[in-house]
Design a binder for this molecule. Structure first.
Ligand SMILES: Cc1cc2nc3c(=O)[nH]c(=O)nc-3n(C[C@H](O)[C@H](O)[C@H](O)COP(=O)(O)OP(=O)(O)OC[C@H]3O[C@@H](n4cnc5c(N)ncnc54)[C@H](O)[C@@H]3O)c2cc1C
Length: 275
């Protein structure tokens, strides 16, 4: 993303849908963003005309529709900003800055042995456009998705029947009871010795989950791309609020907003697994 490609638009809200529990999906008309955006890019949204809340809030694009000019955001209500978004009415306008971050070009990855997406909670949102592109390109796709409970799940229907889908919830209210990282690891450990291909893995979710995925991918020799969601203010590299250390500090700190949010896991220091 170069600053010249950025637009700050008045997007018109088309719908706000409560998917379940605290999870919502909003669609808005923002053709300038829909026509420029790549999978795994994000937008920074102003939540009103007042100074409260002062800072914009960043959200991944969970749907990108260049034809209709619609972008979709799927979000969980966690605080004041997302509470305001949940109350948006169709026809209302919101200032949306984007597309931000580098996004992901699937053509730059080796997908000869397939693609595995691993998501935790709202971390599935940026992976949905990736799944669409992969399915369209007939890539062998597996999706591992975990959340705390059935009430925290995003809509997965749009993944369609084209992929193998593994679901886990901490409380067992949907899918396998337990952590999605365990389901992912037991899938890999069950592969026969004949399964020599190395699928590429892309993961998005809470940091502890990403640490475990990095450990597992190292163990099985799988290339891993992660998308980070550090708290940030500006979204375009000025405030430096979202920095993460590079692996071994070889390259100092990376800004998640402009250097990421997508990184090769080996390039960044995600910290140590504690369990
Ligand atoms: C690049 C990027 C993409 C994101 N994409 C999505 C998305 O698609 N869907 C979605 O639901 N959320 C996403 N988030 C997180 C989202 O920005 C926050 O949930 C939102 O800003 C919270 O605003 P709030 O005012 O409701 O909560 P606040 O009042 O600001 O915070 C409420 C609570 O949420 C925690 N919190 C806030 N931001 C984050 C964060 N980035 N990571 C972890 N905890 C946080 C705070 O520590 C606090 O405990 C993304 C974040 C980034 C940086």
């Amino acid at each position: 993303m170069s600053l010249r490609e950025l637009v700050d638009v008045d997007a018109r809200i088309v719908s706000v849908e409560n998917l379940r529990g605290k999870v919502y999906k909003t669609a808005m008309i923002a053709p300038e963003i829909a026509q420029r955006a790549k999978p795994m890019q994000f937008v920074n949204i102003a939540l009103g005309n007042s100074t409260d809340p002062l800072l914009r809030r960043p959200f991944s694009l969970s749907g990108i529709h260049p034809g209709s000019g619609i972008i979709e955001i799927t979000f969980a209500v966690v605080g004041r900003g997302t509470q305001i978004m949940a109350g948006w009415q169709p026809g209302q306008q919101a200032k949306v800055l984007g597309p931000l971050g580098n996004g992901l070009d699937l053509g730059g990855l080796c997908l000869d042995h397939g693609l595995i997406l691993v998501a935790g909670g709202t971390g599935l949102a940026p992976l949905l456009p990736v799944a669409s592109v992969a399915l369209e390109a007939q890539v062998d796709l597996k999706v591992f998705y975990g959340a705390r409970s059935a009430d925290d799940l995003l809509d997965t229907g749009e993944l369609g029947a084209g992929c193998q889908f593994y679901l886990a919830t901490d409380d067992g209210s949907a899918g396998t009871k337990g952590l999605v990282t365990d389901v992912f690891e037991s899938y890999l450990s069950g592969l026969g010795t004949g399964d020599t291909g190395r699928p590429t893995v892309i993961a998005c979710g809470p940091k502890p989950m990403l640490r475990q995925i990095k450990r597992i991918c190292k163990r099985y020799g799988l290339p891993l791309v992660v998308s980070l969601e550090e708290r940030m203010a500006c979204g375009y590299g000025v405030c430096q609020g979202c920095v993460v250390p590079s692996a071994g500090m070889k390259h100092g700190y990376y800004r998640v907003c402009t250097d990421g949010p997508v990184f090769w896991a080996d390039d960044i220091d995600l910290g140590e697994c504690t369990t």
